[in-house]
Design a protein around this ligand. Structure first.
Ligand SMILES: [Zn+2]
Length: 278
């Protein structure tokens, strides 16, 4: 599932290719793709693309006259940019034809197709309205972070991936952030002391910026189809040695999602019972 670093790269790679172009038309090839009803998709025709950005895990196309297209790629979607003359395939869920002979397409192989789009006349509307603070923004201060997290009787990993609190962190980067902060994913947020909260707050933008740099150095100017995560230190590395201490990386299911951690660096042993229970 693309997370904040992936979407930052997609937006940065796509922007120079499509900003300034005019949309000739758009078509949702999968009936569930478009989640908004007003304005209609036909409104895209004739609009210029003024910017490509991101909010949380949504890719945003900013269009002339105050319209925005928000796209959520969910688990398996990706963005394709190429010549309109290539036929859409069964994997194409949405396409926008541009005036330079190219298309922007949302591709999602297999079923069910979960990628979704919203055509919005304001960024203050759902699904964007309820999103939390952007972790790479100036607004992500220690004070704000502590206000969001402190006292919550929920496991800290669940707090980190709650899009209404902090927007853009998913399962993989939550694991990386907690490893960088040397905190167990199973700790309850309300048990974190001042120093631990500050360490976690610092780790969030550090890990996300590190990931953006790592992905960029690997994909260059390409729009990649597979998430580039070979550089991750704990997530997806269950059983392999911790890059810091050599202890085998542990893995448990937390809310049906894989959680990977170093038992030693993240002091998971101090919380027996919690690791298997969720
Ligand atoms: Zn370790």
């Amino acid at each position: 599932m693309p997370e904040l670093p992936d979407l930052e790269i997609i937006a940065a790679v796509l922007a120079p290719r499509v900003v300034g172009r005019t949309i000739r038309g758009a078509e949702a090839l999968h009936p569930a793709f478009l989640q908004s009803t007003e304005p209609p998709l036909a409104e895209l025709g004739g609009r210029g693309i003024t910017g490509v950005g991101r909010r949380g895990k949504y890719l945003l196309f900013h269009l002339s006259d105050g319209l925005h297209l928000a796209v959520h790629l969910m688990r398996a979607g990706w963005i394709w940019h190429g010549a309109s003359r290539y036929d859409a395939t069964k994997s194409t869920v949405f396409r926008m034809e541009l005036d330079d002979g190219n298309d922007i397409r949302v591709i999602e192989p297999g079923f069910p197709k979960l990628s979704r789009g919203w055509l919005l006349d304001s960024l203050d509307k759902e699904p964007l309205a309820g999103l939390g603070v952007e972790p790479l923004s100036d607004g992500f201060t220690l004070e704000r972070f502590v206000g969001l997290v402190a006292g919550k009787r929920r496991q800290i990993k669940k707090v980190l991936v709650d899009q209404r609190l902090i927007a853009g962190i998913g399962n993989a980067y939550a694991d990386e952030i907690l490893f960088a902060a040397r905190l167990s994913p199973f700790r309850y947020a309300h048990t974190l002391d001042e120093g631990e909260l500050a360490r976690l707050w610092r780790a969030i933008p550090e890990v996300l910026r590190w990931a953006i740099d790592e992905i960029r150095s690997r994909v260059g100017e390409g729009l990649y189809q597979e998430e580039e995560r070979s550089f991750l230190r704990v997530h997806g590395r269950a059983g392999k040695p911790c890059p810091e201490c050599g202890t085998p990386i542990g893995e448990v299911l937390l809310c049906g999602q894989r959680t990977d951690f170093c038992p030693r660096c993240q002091h998971v042993d101090e919380f027996p019972g919690r690791t298997r229970r969720s």
